[in-house]
Design a binder for this molecule. Structure first.
Ligand code: 5HY
Length: 238
């Protein structure tokens, strides 16, 4: 089985971290390939960043043959469009982590990076139908590209969230936190869900069940049409 994991930002070090975490959790018969776009933001910390990451995500999905794909950014950028393009299932790390957390306790807290990204996390909580389980969304106030080296700040934010929200599970709101999941869980004392792990195993299970995105209706291949300017090459897809 081949699983493609796309880091929607263009920071190679983060892609390597994500790829290592994905390969470590995947089954013994699973080959994981982590990629990131050649164009787009170095990190995704705003709606602007997220919007401009999507063409690169779709280019990676379209050019990476695999049995399934993971979009490894907590905003799940381009997820619906990727489902129109890909043959196999596509799962976002926010979607996977938020749903996984509902199996583990009465209510979870999401801890993300910058405060300004909290609203997007709430949007996804509502989109994925888990608002009844979400006790709060807070931020550690560490920029995305610094979060891997800021585990103490993430732990402090997780502890504060559990205390303030009365939650019994934590969801990590950034792919950059993936390597610290076990340490954070040990220091915070509640189950801590990392979306990279959750999404890789969710894709793996869907592929093992022989399941893929429905090609009937909304997620059928996009209709062919002309694309102008910088996006002209996207008209060739699919
Ligand atoms: C992520 N940004 O997982 C998100 C985190 C965030 O570049 N990778 C990013 O704060 O939205």
């Amino acid at each position: 089985m081949r699983i493609h994991v796309v880091n929607p930002n263009t920071s190679a070090a983060m892609t390597e971290t994500i790829g290592r975490a994905a390969a470590a959790i995947a089954g013994p018969d699973v080959e994981v390939r982590a990629t990131s776009p050649s164009m787009g933001p170095a990190s995704i910390e705003s709606h602007y960043d997220e919007a401009l990451s999507v063409p690169g995500v779709l280019a990676e999905i379209a050019s990476s043959p695999a049995d399934g794909h993971v979009i490894a950014c907590f905003g799940d950028p381009g997820l619906d469009a990727a489902r129109e393009l890909a043959d196999g299932p596509v799962v976002g790390i926010a979607e996977a982590a938020l749903r996984c957390a509902t199996y583990l306790g009465r209510g979870f807290s999401v801890v993300t990076t910058l405060d300004r990204t909290r609203g997007r996390a709430w949007d996804l909580v509502h989109r994925y139908g888990v608002a009844a389980f979400c006790r709060g969304v807070s931020a550690c106030d560490v920029p995305v590209l610094e979060v891997e080296a800021a585990v103490d700040a993430v732990v402090a934010a997780c502890r504060a969230a559990v205390a303030a929200d009365g939650s019994d599970v934590v969801v990590l709101g950034c792919a950059g936190m993936t390597a610290q999941r076990a340490e954070i869980e040990h220091r915070v004392g509640v189950p801590v869900v990392d979306g990279v792990q959750a999404a890789v195993l969710q894709v793996e299970s869907l592929v093992r069940m022989g399941l893929r995105t429905s090609a009937v209706g909304e997620f059928a291949a996009p209709p062919r049409k002309a694309y102008a300017g910088l996006l002209a090459s996207f008209a060739t897809r699919p």
